[in-house]
Design a protein around this ligand. Structure first.
Ligand code: GLC
Length: 753
């Protein structure tokens, strides 16, 4: 046998040490374990850690992939996949983790992502509905339940919360956010992150959050999804960025870039937002994940000449992970080898992904999120459904209740439920709820039958959601004629809002309004349950229907929650998180608008109004049909005159605002007492109103509460003309009320900073 000199043997030993990897020792700190791992990774293995692909259960974008294909499994074993999303099942995911950890050279576990937007198997109201509760604790609790269930099902990362501010309900993804206000949206964003992540990401009952879509996606021109967004830096920083900052301050482990081009540069390759703002100003050290094929779509945007350049631009800008584009997989090794891309940039992104996996505890126990026993116990547990029921009731907004048509009397004997959403389970869960089995959702009819003790409850669909057929009208009219009260279940299906679901007409879809008019002709009292993922145009209903409830998509407990409110078991306290227009032509419409030089406050009734040269439409008032922050109750609340602790403050002082609120009705109720400010003069023109504080309070019948708020200079800060953030001395108004329209105002001055 040929004898090798000692030096060759030593070299062999050295090579063997480097190539046959031993996983990082658990006792080492993550930093060291990451560096050890990084030092051993090939270029291809590094890039593999930046490649996120969809599994085989759902596709949420334009391409479909099967997770069970051999090609897919080979990619896992070759370390070419860092994570798989929109799959679930403790056992199935355990199998995939074992494949990654035991059969790949480096044994790096997988991220398992999913769109857990408003619940996993127990489905909560869509986020827009939850936001109408203005109940931050309930919202956090809902996210906690979603994390409990999904983590039991093997998931360790959710692509939520979606925090895109939107002012235009033609945009279908209005459904997924918290409406039009950055202050409310910021508080809700933080609550959701805390609910998902809990106190420790390594806790197997929590999941990593991914705040999305960064940034200004909700400002898509004309409300058309994926459309161009273009705005001043003032508007970006004052309105669209704050909820992201709040989510990151609450600890969101990851962030997702958005589809849109922002001021000429696609978000995914946008150095200003990803480097200047996110990394430099905010100091975010977490992982940035692109949205579906956002990197390769930079070619369609006309920003990258090919996928290789897109990969280079996106990685340079700081998008760490490529979702479904495979641009990094295909082109980054070549870009690094050719010297076009500095390996340090690649290493930084890989480091952030490995950090995330360490924080999730995946290196210490890759199977911690695959717990079949907990999965069986946790999913759709009675406790979880009770949380969803509570959240659904809190989400409902009473828009109209003429003559106290509601709550329904227990003596109501004959009820007709009419409309395409009346006996409907499939649409109750709403958009982004594909893990929830629709057969488990409680329909409105089921809930009404449960609560209408002893009453005869009939159902007639009347029409469907999509066609223009009126063939069902006659049956519905007959059902109405034979009833004492009619409950109409109207609105959008689960796919009429959400992604890719912008609408130019935001009225009731199909022939639903014609159906309402036919039922209205019977003269029977009508209660309308209006389900939607946006503000709909409800002008005719408001003029003719005595009772209207906004029921969004209420989720698993929809029917029970609606019936609980209809019969007054729960007194509705929801407040609108966005303005409802009189006409779609008013959009974009939002309460925190500027005054302009010629604001029109009239209603076109004054003589000669047609010659009034003011900022208005000649055919529609400027005001919304239902304003931001609006919602009625089965009781009434009276607001005393607010008082201020002083008429002026310096930048170091606090102003206390006090107002007495009384429940002047006969039943207990909750009120969201809201405080707005107006900065009368600014180095950039300021909005006529901005929400700055609110308190949701419970009142017994006749109970009076003294409500106090404190304000200081920080509450008055904005992005000034010199692009610094802070308040400016001057005159202000503070306004208090139960919505953004019906407020009482008092002046005060900020005398100095
Ligand atoms: C979709 C959505 C995004 C979602 C992702 C993964 O295109 O824009 O919100 O998280 O793909 O499903």
């Amino acid at each position: 046998m040929k004898r090798f000199p000692l030096s060759v043997f030593a070299l062999g030993l050295l090579l063997f040490t480097f190539t046959s990897f031993t996983p990082p020792q658990k006792k080492d700190p993550p930093e060291k374990r990451i560096e050890d791992l990084l030092a051993k990774m090939t270029l291809e293995e590094k890039v593999g850690q930046l490649n996120f692909v969809v599994g085989d259960l759902f596709n949420t974008g334009p391409t479909v992939r099967t997770a069970q294909s051999d090609k897919f499994n080979e990619a896992i074993k070759n370390g070419q996949i860092t994570g798989i999303f929109n799959i679930h099942g403790a056992e199935y995911i355990g199998k995939l983790q074992r494949m990654a950890v035991k059969e790949s050279r480096l044994g790096i576990p997988l991220l398992i992502g999913a769109d857990i937007i408003h619940g996993f198997k127990t489905i909560f109201p869509i986020p827009l509905g939850e936001s109408a509760s203005w109940d931050l604790a309930a919202i956090e609790n809902g996210a906690r339940v979603a994390a409990l269930e999904s983590s039991a099902g093997g998931i360790n990362l959710t692509f939520a919360p979606m925090v895109d501010i939107t002012r235009d309900s033609r945009w279908g993804r209005t459904a997924e956010g918290a409406g039009e206000d950055p202050y409310l949206g910021s508080l809700i964003a933080a609550a959701r992150v805390k609910g998902f992540q809990g106190k420790d990401l390594a806790d197997p009952r929590t999941i990593a959050a991914c705040v999305k879509h960064f940034v200004a996606y909700g400002a898509a021109e004309a409300g058309r999804d994926y459309n161009t967004t273009d705005m001043s830096e003032y508007l970006l920083r004052d309105v669209y960025l704050p909820p992201f900052k709040a989510a990151l301050d609450a600890g969101s482990a990851t962030l997702m870039t958005s589809f849109n081009e922002l001021n000429g540069v696609p978000a995914t390759g946008n150095m200003f937002i990803l480097q200047q703002i996110l990394r430099k100003e905010w100091g975010f050290t977490g992982t940035v994940i692109s949205d579906w094929q956002n990197i390769t779509e930079m070619v369609q945007h006309g920003y990258s000449k090919d996928h290789a350049q897109a990969a280079e631009q996106a990685l340079q800008a700081g998008t760490d992970v490529d979702m479904m584009g495979e641009a990094y997989l295909k082109f980054v090794p070549g870009l690094v080898r050719s010297g076009k891309l500095d390996q340090k940039i690649l290493d930084e992104s890989v480091r952030r992904v490995l950090w995330l996996k360490f924080k999730l505890g995946l290196f210490d126990n890759p199977y911690r999120y695959s717990d079949s026993k907990r999965e069986k116990r946790e999913i759709r547990s009675r406790e979880n459904l009770a949380v969803a029921f509570d959240m659904a009731r809190k989400s409902i907004v009473l828009l109209k209740n003429q003559g106290n048509a509601l709550p329904l009397s227990a003596s109501t004997k004959k009820i007709a439920v009419i409309g395409p959403l009346g006996n409907n389970k499939a649409d109750m869960n709403g958009t982004w709820s594909f893990f929830g089995e629709e057969q488990h959702a409680v329909s409105f009819l089921e809930g009404i039958r449960k609560y209408a003790k002893g009453a005869q409850v009939t159902f007639a669909q009347g029409c469907d959601l999509y066609s223009n057929s009126t063939a069902g009208f006659a049956e519905a009219v007959t059902a109405a004629r034979n009833a004492d009260v009619v409950i109409m279940a109207l609105g959008e299906s689960a796919v009429m809002n959400g992604e890719g679901a912008s609408r130019a007409d935001i009225g009731l879809p199909g022939v639903q309004l014609d159906l309402v008019k036919e039922i209205h002709k019977t003269g029977k009292p009508i209660v309308a349950l209006v389900s939607s993922g946006r503000a709909l145009e409800l002008t005719w209903l408001d003029q003719h229907i005595p009772a209207i409830l906004a029921t969004w998509s209420l989720g698993s407990e929809a029917g029970n929650a609606a019936a609980s409110v209809l019969w007054g078991e729960y007194n509705p306290a929801g407040k609108l998180p966005l303005s409802f227009p009189r006409h779609v032509g008013q959009l974009p419409l939002y309460y925190n608008h500027k005054n302009t030089g010629r604001m029109y406050e009239g209603d076109h009734s004054e003589p000669g109004s047609e010659r009034v040269y003011k900022s208005r439409y000649r055919d529609v008032p400027n005001t919304p049909l239902y304003p931001f922050g609006y919602g009625l109750s089965y009781t009434t609340f009276a607001y005393g005159a607010p008082t201020l602790s002083k008429s002026s403050i310096t930048g170091a002082e606090t102003l206390t605002v006090t107002v007495e609120v009384t429940n002047t009705g006969k039943v207990p109720g909750e009120e969201v007492v809201q405080l707005y400010i107006q900065d009368l003069v600014g180095s950039t023109a300021r909005p006529v109103k901005q929400l700055k504080k609110f308190q949701k309070l419970a009142f017994a019948p006749g109970e009076k509460k003294t409500v106090t708020f404190t304000l200081n200079a920080a509450d008055l800060a904005f992005w000034r003309q010199d692009m610094t953030f802070g308040a400016e001395p001057g005159d202000f108004k503070v306004m208090v009320g139960g919505n953004s329209r019906d407020v009482q105002a008092l002046p005060f001055t900020l005398t100095s900073l």
